[in-house]
Design a protein around this ligand. Structure first.
Ligand code: NI
Ligand code: MN
Length: 228
């Protein structure tokens, strides 16, 4: 199983012929290493509908036919955009969708949410099981103590994809405690250095987490791939 960082909060998880794209913000993302039309996902997962996560979901899903997983309010907006025939799954928080290759579970994230068209919804984190590994994308979230519960219930977590940029999410200091709560074997930081308000020191985050916890922090540059 491979994890490719596509800048900001966007990752593609690949195992064999399965390509799971999360939060496909490519167009307008100054850190995107590829264009939206170069991606060929089989599945697209959304943490929430803010433009820096929703991104190119409609164009990519329409072109590739990729199945989409999103919380009900976003799922129904997308069903309208993509047509009744498009495969869209609408779990709410606590729900799990099972595929031939594994499963996706929606968990809490403390944040706000509207789509670019104005559809209000509750944001989520995503726990994904693929290729025998469990990956937890925290979405956009502030620090909250139930991250311990998610880590306990879904664990052991192999890799946590964790926002650290501050301003719109928790910052790198709160994220150290988040890393302790989640207890993943490895942490890949994201949602930082894309725009000035979320500039931060990822190397300092790595040092702090590795001093305070047993997690290893893997810093990826946009375009880089990690095999957990
Ligand atoms: Ni957001
Ligand atoms: Mn965001």
């Amino acid at each position: 199983m491979n994890i490719q960082f596509l800048g900001h909060s966007c990752f593609e998880l690949t195992e064999g012929d399965t390509r799971v794209l999360i939060d496909p913000f490519l167009t307008g993302n100054p850190k995107a290493p590829v264009a939206a039309d170069e991606l060929e996902p089989t599945h697209i997962l959304l943490t929430h509908g803010h433009a820096d996560h929703y991104g190119d979901v409609v164009d990519i899903a329409r072109r590739t036919g990729a199945a989409v997983v999103a919380i009900p309010e976003i799922a129904s907006e997308l069903q309208g955009e993509l047509g009744e025939g498009h495969e869209i799954h609408n779990p709410n928080l606590g729900g799990t969708v099972t595929f031939g290759w594994g499963w996706v579970k929606l968990v809490q994230a403390w944040h706000t949410g509207t789509t670019p068209k104005g559809t209000a919804h509750t944001p989520a984190g995503l726990v994904v099981h693929l290729g025998g590994k469990t990956i937890y994308h925290l979405g956009d979230t502030a620090l909250f103590s139930d991250l311990q519960l998610i880590g306990h219930r879904a664990g052991p977590i192999d890799v946590a994809l964790m926002c650290i940029g501050g301003h719109f999410t928790m910052d790198r200091h709160d994220a150290v405690l988040a890393a302790e709560f989640v207890g993943a074997r490895q942490v890949i930081p994201c949602h930082y250095d894309t725009f000035p308000p979320i500039e931060t020191d990822a190397a300092a985050f790595k040092e702090d987490v590795e001093r305070a916890t047993t997690s290893e922090v893997v810093i990826l540059q946009p375009g880089e791939t990690h095999t957990p």
